[in-house]
Design a protein around this ligand. Structure first.
Ligand code: GCU
Length: 623
């Protein structure tokens, strides 16, 4: 009941699409469809017609009244019409879904506003089934219609959502229309200020998923942190525990979970709230880790519905200042990654994008990636599971969001629930990050501590972190970085960002910088680095050269090794990425050049400095 009331609070937030306040609608708890990417369905990826509509002409008349025959009706001009029809999707240009619109057509490169999408499709639903339109992401606000009937609306640019289209579908020919608006707003999450390109549109895959009337909405299956037990013949037994949430199920119905390779099976009984707990006992589980990223085929079934997933089993916890993976201390040799597509740029959204980016991280000797600054898509998380990279996943509470507004908190919590609901079974994810570089004040402390509490309620099996700012105190010829952000008391792992040698001082300033950490908790240096234009060479103190960037890394690694409770580093950033803030001609040209690799795959000198440190394990405590 609590979940339902909370969902109601979140979803009665008035969505505004270019100022168009959609009526508040009380709706049931949002459908998640955990494991949607593994469910069969009809893909709607490919060409969609698009119309840029900066004045929202497809929604309002000239006095800003909502029009009855909006463009969502997808009408065709016909003889005898009593008025002009001034749009025609069939004659409008097309772009690919998934994909941002900015990098697909030059006229859309800087476009920020309302974009209409339309696609025809043929469908035949089975009787006694429900059909959902599963949207991997739509940045930033969106409304969807099927055959002219509104089926859902959503806010948040980096998390998946589902629209129930069962009643709107017809047998045979159908069409879907979406209005997607990437306009930034002060009260959005993130807010108007970011350091990345505001790629708009249907940036991740869209597909129709058909389920029985009663279906598996969410499930969580993880290795119990409890002790290993022994079978009667002495085999080491471990418990896999979790739950299955059935939508439309009847209390007393059963759910089944099986892992054939482990010859492990478990069942549970659905309670009043639709949830059934389940435990499986298995011998000789091959625990998931970066060195051995073992995934098991898992079948979850209930009420005639089945989801087949691939899940790795491991434990992660904190003990004092150590991070323990499967009970052993681990040092996170990492790197930050934006969802920027290698070579073509734009939003990354394919298996190939993910395998290229994570392949570069593995080549560097990394065992960890900070997927900044928003939840990445399932292709990236599946690749991390397969390739063995531990993941820091992040909610887009970035910089100065409007912490004092309850509706902004509701938006952040809604995106957190979507992030965890979708991605909770990825063994690779060990950290849920609440925020990045947020200003310290009472409203923010309350906002983020509440978000951390909510994250633990949703998922008690992972660690909670955030990337914090630090302040500097002079100490004679030396300086001290002080980590005493009050939010730290609510985190399991402290993340801190610093740019000694780039935004402050010179590369060798790190040699005279000490650290004072108020918390006896593991610390991850979640950002540090320097810009360099690939191929620009000079002396080690010539800014913007590869030599300068490499010099910063040399001095940084020495400083980092002097922090006793350092348990991980993720330098900013693996690859150059587009940002409207970065405009130095001939060097940045709308790219943030802190990448260790250019957007065209050119490895800079600093890449090899870090690769040496990681492969020889000269940074951090060798576990
Ligand atoms: C900040 C911020 C990043 C940004 C980086 C930079 O730490 O977290 O999003 O891109 O600094 O200035 O390059």
């Amino acid at each position: 009941m609590k979940m339902f009331l909370r969902a109601l609070a979140v979803l009665t937030v008035i969505l505004s699409l270019t100022g168009f306040a959609v009526a508040q609608t009380a709706v049931a708890a949002p459908i998640v469809l955990t494991g949607a990417d593994k469910r069969p369905g009809l893909s709607l990826d490919g060409d969609w017609h698009v119309i840029a509509d900066p004045y929202a002409t497809g929604l309002y008349d000239f006095h800003k009244h909502e029009i009855k025959r909006g463009w969502f009706a997808n009408e065709k001009a016909k003889a005898g019409d009593t008025g002009p029809l001034e749009y025609d999707f069939a004659k409008s240009p097309t772009i690919k879904v998934p994909g941002d619109w900015n990098t697909q057509r030059p006229e859309f490169f800087y476009y920020e506003g309302l974009m209409w999408y339309e696609k025809d499709f043929s469908y035949q639903a089975k009787p006694n089934s429900k059909v959902f339109l599963h949207v991997g992401a739509a940045n930033y606000k969106s409304i969807f219609w099927v055959n002219g009937t509104k089926v859902c609306e959503h806010e948040g640019g980096f998390t998946a959502f589902n629209c129930d289209v069962t009643q709107a579908l017809k047998a045979g020919d159908n069409f879907v229309v979406a209005a997607v608006d990437n306009t930034r707003h002060e009260d959005s999450v993130p807010t108007t200020q970011t350091d990345w390109w505001n790629y708009g549109g249907l940036t991740r895959s869209v597909k129709l998923i058909e389920v029985p009337e009663a279906f598996i909405d969410q499930y969580d299956l993880h290795l119990s942190r409890g002790p290993e037990t022994a079978s009667p013949i002495g085999l080491p037994l471990r418990k896999i525990e979790g739950w299955v949430q059935v939508n439309g199920g009847h209390p007393g119905d059963r759910i089944e979970v099986s892992i054939p390779e482990l010859n492990a099976n478990g069942s549970g009984v659905i309670r009043e709230n639709g949830r059934a707990d389940v435990v499986l006992v298995a011998a000789k589980i091959n625990l998931w880790s970066p060195d051995s990223p073992k995934l098991y085929k898992v079948m979850v079934s209930a009420a005639g519905d089945t989801v087949t997933d691939e899940i790795g089993f491991r434990t992660v916890e904190v003990k004092g200042t150590e991070i323990l993976l499967n009970g052993k201390p681990v040092f996170l040799r990492g790197v930050c990654i934006h969802a920027e597509a290698p070579y073509r740029t734009g939003r990354a959204n394919t298996d190939k994008d993910a395998e290229t980016l994570l392949g570069w991280a593995k080549e560097m000797g990394a065992n960890f990636v900070r997927l900044a600054h928003y939840p990445h898509d399932e292709t990236m998380l599946r690749a991390a599971d397969r390739m063995g990279l531990l993941v820091w996943s992040e909610n887009p509470v970035y910089w100065a969001v409007q912490f004092e507004k309850p509706e902004v908190y509701a938006r952040a919590e809604q995106q957190l629930q979507e992030e965890i609901g979708t991605s909770r079974n990825h063994a690779a994810i060990i950290l849920w990050s609440m925020a990045n570089e947020t200003p310290i004040n009472d409203a923010r402390n309350k906002f983020l501590s509440s978000l951390a509490t909510r994250a633990r309620e949703l998922d008690p099996t992972r660690l909670i972190t955030a990337a914090l700012l630090v302040h500097t105190e002079a100490n004679g010829a030396r300086s001290t970085k002080v980590v005493d952000d009050p939010l730290g008391q609510f985190l399991d792992v402290i993340g801190t960002n610093e740019y000694v040698g780039w935004y402050e001082g010179h590369p060798d300033s790190a040699d005279t910088t000490d650290w004072q950490v108020k918390y006896e908790k593991p610390l991850i240096m979640s950002e540090f680095g320097s810009e360099a234009k690939a191929g620009l060479h000079g002396g080690p103190n010539d800014r913007w050269t590869e030599e300068y960037q490499a010099n910063v890394f040399d001095h940084q690694l020495g400083m980092l090794n002097r922090i006793p409770q350092l348990r991980g580093i993720s330098p900013w950033i693996l690859m150059d990425f587009r940002s409207p803030r970065r405009v130095l001609p001939g060097v940045q040209d709308n790219f943030n050049r802190k990448g260790l690799i250019s957007d065209q795959g050119e490895k800079k000198k600093a890449f090899f400095v870090l690769q040496k440190a990681y492969t020889e394990k000269t940074v951090g405590k060798a576990e």
